[in-house]
Design a protein around this ligand. Structure first.
Ligand SMILES: Nc1nc2c(c(=O)[nH]1)N[C@H]1C(S)=C(S)[C@@H](COP(=O)(O)OP(=O)(O)OC[C@H]3O[C@@H](n4cnc5c(=O)[nH]c(N)nc54)[C@H](O)[C@@H]3O)O[C@H]1N2
Ligand SMILES: Nc1nc2c(c(=O)[nH]1)N[C@H]1C(S)=C(S)[C@@H](COP(=O)(O)OP(=O)(O)OC[C@H]3O[C@@H](n4cnc5c(=O)[nH]c(N)nc54)[C@H](O)[C@@H]3O)O[C@H]1N2
Ligand code: SF4
Ligand SMILES: [Mo]
Length: 735
């Protein structure tokens, strides 16, 4: 008998509705849910691949434990938790009770999981460690920090009102491939076409001619790492030409004059040299932005994971404010999520990392500091690690060093779906159910949606016998962290979590009965939220509830004081560095090439290369080189080149293409699946090389501590410099 299940795809930020056909307990077809209130049937190949992910033989169904011979072997859940309890307890004892001895790393899928969003935090609280790391510091932290400094809260991120704008200026984002980020919007291509159909314009600033750049009205190539200079020159142009028109924002804004003074020295003629964009184009970009009725500037990975991430992210919103486009229809707007707003205050610098002294930002330390915290002896040394849905050995800089550091840990436990480059170092791996076996609600991503929407999905398939849900695993780890041992009373713990949440939100706990787990918490959040919804309302609407277009939220959303701080101290202090960048020789001027990343439609960071549907077709892990550079360096299309940076070297096939600008090369991240002991048979046959062997863990964007993953100086040479293709060879760091 065939049944249909409707659910939201949990893989990326687009939150597409899926329609699954299930025959005899097996998924036989996945297609877009035409009735989904937000995605209207749109989906991408990754959504379809959920079937292969679910059926993947390499996906873990039982816990794994390290045995005496060093290999990982299946074990029972009770055995696994007993080992975790003994392991963590031993570490704490040897560390004299120092809770910082246990570090945690949370990966990207934890932001897409209801269980992890709620119970991951509960676990962190019980751990009580200051050594909390996540993928955020190799990703969006600069944007969140700039937003917090300007608007008050780390989640007060303004998103482009895609469906009503007439002019969209995109920097360092490729939403036609990534399907959008900090901009939850299924079918970006359709939404961009609609901008053009209503007479609007889309401009893309990117060192690569991406799919998005191809679909745009104009592509402006930019030298990597120089967006802040371009944006400053645009700000200067607005002031110089009398185009500043904040409108109603002016009355709530501090620091407009300060911004004018800061930007003045960044004349388009001066900025033209380092950015590679001529002064006339820079002025025109500013004028077009000011002239459009409804315009918005949007920046993503290429503006955050680079040398001036926070400053560039700040300037994106400075432009939105100065042109009066912040918090207005068709501009950059604030979502009103059904589960309520996040914190309206942001903490920074309450503690510092032990080795490098980096300040904490919103409770986290830079992921690029994890290896040194493990390696460096002394008080507060990290001796144990818990990873939750993360693969930092592939995703964070100087990947080789972190891999070695993990080997030296006294104990490591991973909650994951696979034996990965990271989890192969664990003593215990606790599998999570497949995405189709768990319920779903995008607490995080509906906070950045281009419409207000809410959509809850129950599990499409039952969990296998004996497999706990991920929240139950996290709660059991919480019991261990709280010193209650491996068999703590999970019901009591869950009641405690629910009672505390209900009290904080002012919701009657009794009203939530008989729900438990994440559903109970979600119900409480919805009830306390701005639309007075309940989870039952959402359950009655499997295609989602459309809560309407974005509406102005200022000044109500602003934190204490109710002011927009257009010139916050932390970013103002970074402008000196930007002056230096103006005076210095342009990046890459010394003959080195600048490395940038890229994403492919059939990838999802590091972990979906084991699915035949996604790795079929042409080889995706190549180094893209401009024809002029290829000719100069003697690199032929398809030949293997070695790529060397300050910290490492990899070898990859060359793809000669003028899609990258001269002086720039591009390698996707998330590859390099040939390490011994990794449980990905298909991925190993499409191994590629890990681009984070080249990124330097010492090079952080100084304001937010985010890793610089774009604009990395590298040299290329035909193969022969190294001995093995597609693998990492450590290069000595220059003294
Ligand atoms: N050079 C370079 N590096 C980058 C980037 C780049 O552009 N260039 N991008 C960065 C960005 S934006 C990000 S977000 C990070 C990602 O960095 P990470 O989050 O560290 O890495 P992922 O590849 O997303 O790995 C996710 C892991 O979660 C597991 N997993 C999947 N679903 C679940 C689940 O439901 N439960 C559990 N417990 N586990 C699950 C997968 O098996 C996988 O091991 O990489 C960053 N690294
Ligand atoms: N298919 C697919 N989709 C994904 C993912 C995936 O791995 N695969 N990952 C998901 C995740 S975790 C995230 S965070 C999002 C990211 O979403 P996006 O940010 O939209 O994705 P990227 O492809 O990394 O786009 C970054 C762009 O910045 C450009 N760039 C690099 N350096 C610079 C620079 O200095 N200046 C400018 N202006 N541009 C620069 C790159 O060429 C690239 O085109 O995608 C999500 N969606
Ligand atoms: S675009 Fe994202 S949410 Fe939509 S089907 Fe693809 S992976 Fe899933
Ligand atoms: Mo990300």
């Amino acid at each position: 008998m065939s049944a249909t299940a409707i659910r939201t795809c949990p893989l990326c930020e687009a939150t597409c509705g899926l329609e699954l056909t299930i025959d005899g307990g097996r998924v036989t077809r996945i297609r877009g849910d035409a009735d989904d209130v937000f995605s209207h049937g749109f989906l991408c190949p990754k959504g379809v691949s959920l079937q292969q992910l679910h059926e993947d033989h390499d996906r873990l169904r039982t816990p794994m434990r390290r045995t005496a011979d060093g290999t990982l072997r299946p074990c029972s859940w009770d055995e696994a938790f007993a080992l975790v309890d003994a392991g963590l307890r031993g570490v704490l004892e040897r560390a004299g009770g120092d809770r910082d001895a246990i570090a945690a790393y949370l990966g990207n899928p934890s932001a897409h999981s209801l269980s992890a969003m709620i119970y991951g935090r509960v676990l962190l609280k019980a751990l009580g460690t200051k050594n909390v790391f996540s993928a955020s510091t190799v990703d969006q932290y600069p944007k969140q920090l700039a937003s917090a400094l300007m608007f008050g809260g780390p989640l007060s991120v303004a998103v482009p009102d895609l469906d009503r704008t007439d002019h969209l200026l995109i920097l360092g984002a490729n939403p036609l491939t990534s399907n959008g980020s900090l901009m939850t919007a299924p079918d970006v291509r359709g939404r961009l076409r609609a901008i053009q159909a209503r007479g609007g314009r889309v401009v893309v600033v990117d060192p690569r001619r991406t799919r998005t750049a191809q679909a745009a009205d104009e592509h402006v190539p930019i030298r990597p790492g120089t967006d802040a200079l371009l944006l400053m020159a645009m700000v200067a142009t607005l002031f110089q030409e009398g185009l500043v028109a904040p409108g109603r924002l002016e009355a709530m804004c501090d620091g407009i004059d300060a911004v004018a003074a800061l930007a003045a020295p960044f004349a388009p003629e001066l900025v033209a040299v380092p950015t590679g964009i001529d002064a006339a184009t820079i002025r025109r970009l500013a004028r077009e932005l000011a002239a459009a009725d409804r315009a918005v500037v949007y920046g993503r990975m290429g503006t955050t994971t680079q040398a001036f991430g926070t400053t560039a992210s700040w300037l994106v919103d400075v432009l939105n404010v100065l042109t009066g486009n912040l918090d207005r229809e068709g501009g950059a707007m604030f979502t009103r999520p059904a589960t309520g707003d996040g914190p309206r205050r942001a903490h920074i610098g309450r503690w510092h990392s032990r080795v490098r002294g980096r300040p904490e930002v919103f409770g986290e330390l830079p992921a690029a500091c994890l290896a040194e915290e493990i390696e460096t002896p002394g008080d507060g040394q990290v001796r144990a690690l818990i990873t939750l849905a993360g693969n930092p050995v592939v995703s964070t800089p100087n990947a080789g060093r972190l891999g070695e550091a993990l080997e030296s840990l006294e104990f490591m436990v991973a909650v994951d779906l696979y034996v990965t480059e990271t989890t192969r170092h664990a003593d215990v791996i606790l599998p999570a159910p497949s995405p189709l076996e768990r319920s779903h609600y995008d607490i995080a991503l509906y906070g950045f949606a281009v419409r207000n929407v809410a959509n809850y999905s129950p599990p499409a398939l039952p969990r296998p016998e004996g497999m706990p849900d991920e929240w139950q695993t996290l709660l059991r780890l919480t019991g261990i962290a709280a010193g209650q041992g491996p068999d703590a009373d999970l019901d009591a713990l869950d009641d405690f979590v629910a009672a505390a949440t209900a009290q904080r939100l002012g919701v009657e706990l009794e009203a939530l009965a008989p729900r438990r787990g994440p559903e109970r918490i979600l119900d409480a959040m919805l009830r306390a939220g701005p639309y007075d919804l309940t989870l039952a309302d959402l359950e009655a609407q499997p295609h989602g509830i459309d809560l309407g277009p974005l509406e102005p939220r200022l000044p109500e959303l602003l934190g204490e004081g109710g002011r927009i701080r257009l010139a916050p101290d932390l970013v103002v202090a970074d402008v000196d560095r930007l002056h230096d960048a103006l005076a210095a020789p342009p990046p890459g001027d010394d003959g080195q090439l600048l490395l940038v990343g890229r994403r492919d439609l059939r990838s999802n960071n590091s972990w979906m290369h084991n699915l035949p549907l996604l790795v079929s077709g042409p080889r995706r892990c190549t180094v893209q080189v401009h024809p002029a550079d290829a000719a100069r360096l003697g690199l032929a299309d398809g030949a293997v080149a070695s790529v060397r940076s300050q910290v490492g070297e990899i070898e990859l096939p060359v793809e000669v293409t003028d899609a990258v600008m001269a002086g720039v090369v591009s390698i996707p991240h998330g590859w390099g699946h040939d390490a011994e002991g990794v449980g990905w048979a298909t991925a190993a046959r499409h191994a590629g090389a890990n681009s984070n062997v080249l990124s330097d863990e010492q090079t952080l964007e100084p304001v937010s501590g985010t890793a610089v993953l774009n604009g990395i100086p590298v040299t290329l040479a035909p193969q022969g410099v190294s001995d093995r293709a597609g693998t990492a060879v450590a290069a000595p760091r220059p003294a």
